[in-house]
Design a protein around this ligand. Structure first.
Ligand SMILES: *Cc1c(COP(=O)(O)O)cnc(C)c1O
Length: 468
């Protein structure tokens, strides 16, 4: 480091001094002290990097105080906050999966700001069921006799296995013993539920006779699992739901299918490969079908189970269900999401479906709007341009699909791209892109139309905070 830079670094105000000054300001009264300290450190870290990377003069403590106040004003001092998803991954588990519809947000607010009839039957004044608020909708949309919702699909699978197969064998194809990110593995869930895994077939091929050969007095359930996040291609075979149902029912055994994403709309019209819808699996006679609320359905985090009344009833009565139950905010958002499907308005109002089905021309237009917002100087400095690329659905859904997409690529060198990537993640709001071929690629399929201006401003701020 040059002596000059070292001297300038020494002139940066100390954390304690800034904290004393900012702590006296009325805007920080409600901010917990440790959080305020972290904010001050963040701002000072950013200033230190700026000094180290160029000829910038260090700000005095009053300027640092202003910057801290600005952060509090814009995002509050909260840890969980909105980010701009420029990864192109529509269902990004680390970024909260499905963004909710306007109606879902409205329902959450109105139910949460006061009291609600969560478990009160208004007609009889008797205790009601929280599930009643979505049962009818789920029955109508899926054709199933009954429905139950729990915290997430992992909970739904655990609850179903514990209820139907504790101490019994569950027959599953070897090709379906999947691991989903975040510690969800079928064999582990099985063990924890008290069920005994009975693997049949091989990794790439499982036939009906494999299931048949495994059935015996200890069998409790036949389970089919959607291989959500990978595909076995080539010489493969699996047993269609309908055939599994015929076998199970012939032997008096229930059949369950963990559908993973659980789409209610056939997306082939928009160029996606065939995926069985929930309705189709129910119509095939599968006794219990489980799926997530926040994958292709586009709703809040939830696990949905639909199927035969008798079996769903047993799940509802299991004490485990009390521990895995869904809360009122989720129910409000889920009801609104299902309502949109029921009204035939899901494609226009559920953001996940809108983002997935948006034509490339519209995404490209958004990318061009973002580029134009940067202005000529910044465009030149960052070598910014609109490129065409391929994105992903994410969330363990449709793993082989590459969505045609448009993006703004930034960074004149690999180092510049990395610097911008980091500065954008630390920005306000943070923006997350992907580094590819020495460039920072900001995929506009997942940048919501209302976020374009904020992203342009974030890029300008990031450029100002990075060298080159
Ligand atoms: C995603 C997924 C799960 C887990 O669902 P969560 O809602 O994330 O708990 C379980 N099974 C399959 C097949 C999945 O794709």
């Amino acid at each position: 480091m040059s002596a000059d830079r070292a001297a300038r670094l020494r002139r940066l105000p100390a954390v304690d001094q800034v904290l004393r000054e900012v702590g006296d300001r009325p805007e920080t009264v409600a901010v917990p002290r440790p959080r305020l300290t972290a904010l001050v450190r963040n701002v000072l870290d950013a200033e230190r990097r700026r000094v180290l990377s160029g000829d910038a003069e260090p700000p005095d403590s009053a300027a640092v105080v202003e910057r801290v106040l600005e952060q509090i004003g814009r995002q509050g001092a909260f840890s969980l906050r909105p980010v701009i998803n420029a990864t192109g991954v529509v269902l990004h588990t680390n970024l909260g999966r499905a963004p909710l519809s306007a109606l879902a947000l409205e329902r959450m607010t109105s139910v949460a700001e006061g009291y609600s009839n969560l478990e009160l039957d208004l007609a009889s004044k008797e205790r009601g069921s929280r599930y009643a608020h979505v049962e009818e909708l789920l029955r109508r949309l899926t054709g199933a006799e009954d429905a139950l919702v729990v915290n997430n699909n992992a909970a739904a699978v655990l609850l179903a296995l514990e209820t139907l197969a504790h101490g019994k064998e569950v027959v599953v194809s070897r090709g379906e013993l999947i691991e989903i990110g975040g510690e969800f593995r079928i064999p582990d869930i099985m063990l924890r539920s008290g069920a005994v895994l009975r693997e049949v077939g091989t990794t790439n091929r499982t036939h009906l006779k494999d299931y048949e050969g495994a059935l015996g007095p200890d069998t409790g359930l036949l389970l089919k699992v959607h291989t959500s996040n990978y595909r076995v291609v080539g010489f493969t075979a699996d047993v269609p739901s309908r055939e599994l149902v015929a076998l199970g029912h012939d032997r008096g055994l229930p059949v369950m299918e963990d559908l993973g994403s659980g789409c209610l709309i056939d997306l082939r019209r928009w160029g996606f490969p065939y995926e069985p819808t929930v309705q189709e699996v129910v119509a095939a006679g599968v006794d219990l079908v489980s799926f997530s609320g926040d994958k292709l359905l586009g709703g809040p985090q939830a696990g949905i189970v639909v199927g035969r009344r008798e079996l769903v009833g047993r799940l509802k009565k299991n004490p485990w269900n009390r521990a895995l139950r869904i809360d009122k905010l989720t129910l409000a958002a889920l009801e609104a999401t299902l309502y949109a499907y029921d009204a035939g308005r899901a494609l226009e109002t559920v953001p996940t479906l809108q983002l997935l089905t948006e034509p490339l021309v519209a995404v490209r237009r958004r990318a061009q709007r973002l580029l134009a917002r940067l202005g000529p100087d910044l465009k030149r400095r960052l070598s910014a341009e609109v490129i065409e690329d391929r994105g992903q659905v994410g969330g363990g859904a449709l793993p082989t699909v590459e969505l045609p997409t448009a993006a703004v690529a930034l960074g004149a060198s690999a180092a510049a791209a990395r610097g911008l990537d980091e500065a954008l993640r630390r920005g306000n709001p943070p923006a997350i892109g992907r580094l590819s071929d020495d460039r920072l690629v900001l995929d506009c399929r997942t940048v919501l139309p209302a976020q374009v201006n904020a992203l342009a401003a974030a890029i300008a701020a990031a450029a100002a905070a990075t060298p080159g």
